[in-house]
Ligand binder design. Structure first.
Ligand SMILES: Cc1cc2nc3c(=O)[nH]c(=O)nc-3n(C[C@H](O)[C@H](O)[C@H](O)COP(=O)(O)OP(=O)(O)OC[C@H]3O[C@@H](n4cnc5c(N)ncnc54)[C@H](O)[C@@H]3O)c2cc1C
Length: 413
């Protein structure tokens, strides 16, 4: 468990919501009787998507077993680093908007149910040239779904948010209703709710093999040779998903990519949320995203494009092992945010990239009770609540309220 998660930052006073730290204790919740019990659904990977699905299934009365190679939330997957942006006017495609809006609703429900601070409405500003495809799609998304959005030219943006030095030809599309999710706390909150509803979580338990018999049953083996037989299976095991599904004859076109991000100091107040919203910049230097100084941790910055492809089982080289880890971030700060101070702390994480950077949410054709959720390509967390709910609906009702057809794997055929 990393220090930033442990810090359990209190909810911003502006939101005036009572805060209670997530009840997640960090201790193993391995259920030693798991092997003797009956489960309807087994979830391989209790991270962002898996923990949410575990909760929504449990709420629907499904008996769930979640198995995770670590003790989630943890820093061995794609969900650490304390915070994630949630945007609704979606540059990656207007088709995502219904999912983003549903996800937002569910995050707020989760906050209420657990009385835990999970979302801060900082607003998110999208910066780029007006003819950039991402920027145009932000406008299309907002217009077609009635999402409030303001467009500012470079001079107006610099006045409103003094830390920014935009190029004269750039614009800023600001979505005031967007903001920041506390990702590790959210997984802790789902864990608390799912287990309180009876879900069993096996931590530090790696799944090594899956075998399926048509619609009848699915067998799953762990690395300690425990075997589970269930009717329904969800595989949302990040980097392992590809290898786990290959023996079922399924080719999953996902590449694991090493990514770095870091927190920086600043002059007092320059990056405070009131003066500096969350951001995504599509620039000549690449795609960069960042967060205001929340809870005194400093400005957080990461590069969205580029990164180093790595094998599923390879350890990630630590932050600083590649010149670009800090070099790219510093070059961006120098050009666009010159008031940023020194590096405070840097981390590495991973993206599971598909060729078109859209997700894969589907079933295995020969085993329709085996569901897949993977390839979240560095922008999946914001949707985890809605995807968890959709997976639960697919399993218990056959279909989900939100149409997920655009994420079918056959688009790569
Ligand atoms: C630096 C960074 C910044 C990001 N910023 C944003 C953002 O601002 N907004 C946004 O929406 N998204 C963002 N993302 C993307 C988002 O975090 C991911 O898309 C999302 O967390 C992926 O969820 P997942 O469930 O696929 O993976 P995870 O949350 O990693 O869950 C996978 C789980 O599977 C487990 N597992 C793996 N192998 C096995 C096995 N064999 N057996 C059992 N368990 C196994 C792992 O331990 C892990 O817990 C960012 C990602 C990174 C790395």
């Amino acid at each position: 468990m990393n220090a930033l998660y442990d810090a359990r930052v209190p909810l911003s006073e502006a939101r005036r919501v009572h805060v209670r730290a997530a009840a997640h204790t960090g201790q193993s919740m391995q259920d030693t009787n798991a092997g003797n019990r009956h489960f309807d659904t087994l979830i391989v990977g209790a991270g962002s998507m898996g923990m949410a699905a575990g909760y929504y299934l449990s709420r629907l009365g499904n008996k769930v077993l979640l198995l995770d190679a670590g003790d989630p939330p943890h820093d061995q997957g794609a969900h650490h680093g304390a915070t994630r942006l949630i945007r609704h006017a979606y540059g990656e495609g207007a088709a995502y908007v219904p999912l983003a809006l549903r996800a937002q609703q569910l995050w707020e429900d989760l906050e209420q149910q657990t009385q835990t601070a999970l979302f801060v409405r900082t607003g998110v500003v999208n910066i780029g040239s007006p003819d950039d495809a991402f920027m145009r799609e932000v406008l299309v998304s907002a217009a077609s779904h009635g999402i409030p959005l303001e467009t500012l030219d470079a001079a107006a943006a610099g006045k409103r948010w003094p830390a920014w030095r935009l190029r004269p030809e750039q614009i800023a599309n600001f979505e005031p209703g967007a903001g920041v999710l506390y990702c590790e706390r959210a997984i802790g909150a789902y864990r608390q709710l799912a287990t309180s509803l009876g879900a069993t979580l096996g931590t530090n338990t790696r799944v090594r093999r899956i075998e399926c018999h048509g619609r009848e049953s699915v067998n799953v083996w762990t690395d300690t040779n425990d075997k589970f037989t269930v009717r329904d299976l969800i595989v949302c095991a990040g980097k392992s998903t590809r290898d786990l599904l290959a023996p079922l004859g399924l080719e999953i076109p996902v590449t694991r990519v090493r990514k770095s991000f870091a927190w920086f100091g600043s002059a007092p107040g320059l990056f405070a949320p009131e003066r500096f919203p969350g951001f995504f910049v599509a620039s000549e230097m690449g795609g960069y995203y960042g967060f205001p100084d929340l809870d005194g941790n400093g400005l957080k910055l990461g590069r969205h494009d580029a990164g180093e492809p790595v094998a599923a089982d390879a350890p990630l080289a630590p932050f600083g092992a590649r010149p670009g880890d800090l070099g790219d971030l510093q070059a961006f700060l120098q050009r666009y945010l010159p008031g940023a101070g020194k590096l405070r702390v840097g981390r590495v994480c991973e993206y599971d990239m598909t060729p078109d950077e859209h997700f894969i949410i589907d079933r295995v054709p020969t085993c329709p009770n085996v569901h897949i959720a993977t390839g979240f390509s560095g922008h999946g967390f914001k949707f985890a609540s809605a995807i968890g709910e959709a997976l639960a609906e697919r399993i218990t009702q056959g279909e989900s309220r939100i149409d997920l057809a655009m994420f079918a794997r056959k688009r790569f055929a």
